[in-house]
Design a protein around this ligand. Sequence first.
Ligand SMILES: [Mg+2]
Length: 191
Amino acid sequence: MINFKPGNNWTLFLDRDGVLNHQKEGSYIFSWDEFIFYDGVIQSMPVLAKYFKHIFIVTNQRGVGKGLMTEKDLHHIHRNMQKSIELAGGRIDGIYYCTELEAESTCRKPNTGMALKAKEEHPDIDFSQSIMVGNSFSDMEFGRNIGAATVFLTTTKPVVDNNDNRMDAVYKSLADFADAPTPSSLIFSLI
Ligand SMILES: [Mg+2]
């Protein structure tokens, strides 16, 4: 059970591809043209902005490390993404990405480098008052590794094992997750 009240010092960590936007199976989003928000995501961000003190993106972007796109391409996508969210009344307080190829790289999820960097820049982040939302198991492990609660979105794959203790809650989409809270007390149900 994830239990928290609005107004607390809660932080939301969001994976990007498969959470905010349609991912390209086995490939990367190379340009803003290819970045397509899931239905309801833009409208969900202002809702989430009310509930969370911080909202961060944490995203593995090996496409840069592989030389398939540049960091400049990535920044261009992120500027547009952020602008679209802000125009709709939402907010993203920081975007952390890892372009490295090696699984052992400290910044690559499920390793915790991006969360530690966020905490360095925002020392009031409390990982025990944080939620990681993602569509892959490495996102769930990243959440567990920092001691956060975890929410799995079944946007790209179903939950295979209902007793999988890497996830605290499961939703179909970010829009569903954002609808789940009630203003007085946010209680997310177990799987
Ligand atoms: Mg993803």
